[in-house]
Ligand binder design. Structure first.
Ligand code: PLP
Length: 230
């Protein structure tokens, strides 16, 4: 039987191969384990196998898991990667280390106001609707610069970069195109004076494409934890 520990090792090996193929040093891409709909025990196993950063999609599920793993709080980093409604910002500002899914100034303002003084500023990425899908959350590429500059000015947030969930595609070239577009936008923002260091792109199905296009953080669920319950 394959264990989570086997999967973590296999995923790290896959990431190293992708970095080698893209002529990048292996330690330039962080592995964020997406633990949505997985148990706290599964997170414990992934941590025992060497992982420290975990991504959750649903606020309440994430809060419950963080509480169940309170003994590991100092050594784990918790990232919210799913949609965030205004009425849930306080709990997120008080509990998580990162939010990858900021796509409105109002949400960012609330997170900044609600981030407790005793904690480091909350790390945030803007979620960009890079494939222009109607159904997807995320800010339209044309509106990213204005939002980025406004978010970067908020005192209790630290704007780290951009995140996207492109439309699924079958070939490597088709997978690379949206990642390349996100990277260009990221370079544009840095040329405008922002100091972004995070490109959160690439999941189990398109990790290699994302590594080729300069990702700094891949978000991997299935390849580490196996299939999720429906
Ligand atoms: C579920 C999810 C992932 C992980 O997807 P896998 O295909 O299981 O690797 C990554 N990012 C976001 C935003 C997700 O919702």
């Amino acid at each position: 039987m394959t264990t989570i520990s086997d999967n973590v090792q296999a995923t790290q090996a896959r990431l190293n191969r992708a970095c080698f193929a893209a002529q990048r040093p292996g330690d330039t891409v962080a592995l964020l384990a997406v633990s949505k709909r997985q148990t706290a025990e599964a997170v414990r196993q992934a941590h025992a196998a060497g992982l420290c950063a975990f991504g959750e999609n649903y606020v309440q599920e994430g809060l419950d898991k963080i509480a169940a793993l309170a003994d590991l709080r100092a050594v784990l980093q918790w990232h919210l990667i799913g949609p965030l409604q205004s009425n849930k910002t306080r709990a997120v500002a008080e509990t998580f280390d990162w939010v990858h899914s900021v796509d409105r100034l109002k949400t960012a303002q609330r997170l900044s106001e609600q981030r407790p003084e005793g904690l480091a500023p909350l790390n945030v990425c803007l979620q960009v609707n890079i494939s222009g899908e109607d159904s997807k959350s995320g800010v339209a590429p044309a509106n990213v610069p204005a939002l980025a500059h406004a978010v970067a000015a908020l005192p209790r947030l630290r704007l780290r970069g951009l995140m996207s969930i492109p439309e699924p595609a079958d070939t490597l070239d088709a997978q690379r195109a949206p990642h390349r577009a996100l990277h260009l936008l990221f370079d544009q923002l840095n040329a405008e004076g922002l100091a972004l260091d995070t490109l959160s792109m690439g999941m189990s199905a398109d990790l290699e494409a994302a590594v080729h296009e300069g990702t700094t953080t891949v978000r991997i669920g299935t390849a580490i934890f196996g299939a999720r319950e429906a």
